[in-house]
Design a protein around this ligand. Structure first.
Ligand code: ADP
Ligand code: MG
Length: 247
């Protein structure tokens, strides 16, 4: 359903991505893994049209630019301004406001959708809290709820497992499995290699270009990790639950 063809992104002379091609099928849950600076966020931003690129990005054969609403984005936590005075409820409602158009007040249907999304991430009791007063994991769940409330076909999640608690991880993994079972497509960025990656259908190992694109077992080999991470191998093993390598 998503096709990225020969994508390159250049930041003032620095080639962040070179000739990246990939396809994602409906219902696929795919990990985009690679070290810091590999270009994972850049790839996601190019798909969203947030950064200029060369190449083609198609959703069901049509340029993605005209179908932006069908793609939901959960940004990297470090890219969000947590001092912005907004409640959890209103963050999730943004998904509906975008659909209804600004200035229109939410109807009963929109409120039901927001309520269901907050409930799914187990955050309904926290709906009136300012987002800045929630823990890292709770904040991540609120942004996932916003994506759910958008009812998209494709989810792009940038480092959703970074700085979260075990409960949030379990909730997110269960939601990802549900979504892919419903035919939704997920692209999940991660710079760490955790055990949870074994639950993904496919992993794309990225470092400026696609180094591997296969099942988790085939991608998580010592050779691949060395090729992608070089001497920063420790960074990949940050997670205590690591490392189910097929050496
Ligand atoms: P990752 O998400 O895998 O850590 P990024 O996509 O954030 O990698 O970054 C890829 C490369 O592009 C890095 O070298 C980074 O410094 C550079 N880069 C990212 N964003 C910008 C930008 N807005 N301007 C210039 N360089 C950037
Ligand atoms: Mg990143």
């Amino acid at each position: 359903m998503l096709a990225v063809q020969n994508l390159s992104v250049n930041y003032r002379g620095i080639e962040a991505l070179t000739g990246v091609s990939l396809t994602l099928q409906a219902g696929e849950w795919v990990g985009l893994i690679g070290p810091n600076g590999a270009g994972k966020s850049t790839l996601v931003k190019a798909i969203l049209g947030l950064t200029p690129y060369r190449g083609k990005i198609l959703l069901n054969g049509v340029s993605l630019r005209r179908q932006r609403r069908r793609v939901a984005y959960v940004p990297q936590r470090s890219q969000i301004d947590w001092d912005y005075p907004i409640t959890a409820w209103n963050v999730v409602m943004m998904a509906q406001t975008m659909a209804l158009g600004w200035g229109r007040s939410p109807d009963v249907k929109a409120k039901k959708i927001v309520s269901a999304a907050l409930d799914r991430v187990e955050m309904l009791p926290f709906r009136n809290r300012p987002i800045g007063q929630l823990s890292g994991g709770q904040q991540q769940r609120i942004f996932l709820a916003r994506a759910l409330a958008q009812h998209p076909d494709l989810f792009l999640l940038d480092e959703p497992f970074s700085g979260i608690d075990k409960k949030t991880e379990a909730i997110m993994l269960s939601i990802f499995a549900d979504l892919s079972g419903q035919g939704k497509t997920l692209l999940v960025c991660s710079h760490e290699w955790g055990e949870a990656l074994n639950r993904y259908h496919r992993l794309l190992l990225l470092n400026r270009r696609v180094l591997a694109n296969d099942t988790p077992q085939a991608v998580m080999t010592m050779d691949n990790i060395q090729q992608a991470y070089g001497e920063n191998i420790q960074a990949a093993m940050h997670d205590q639950n690591v490392i189910p390598f097929a050496c």
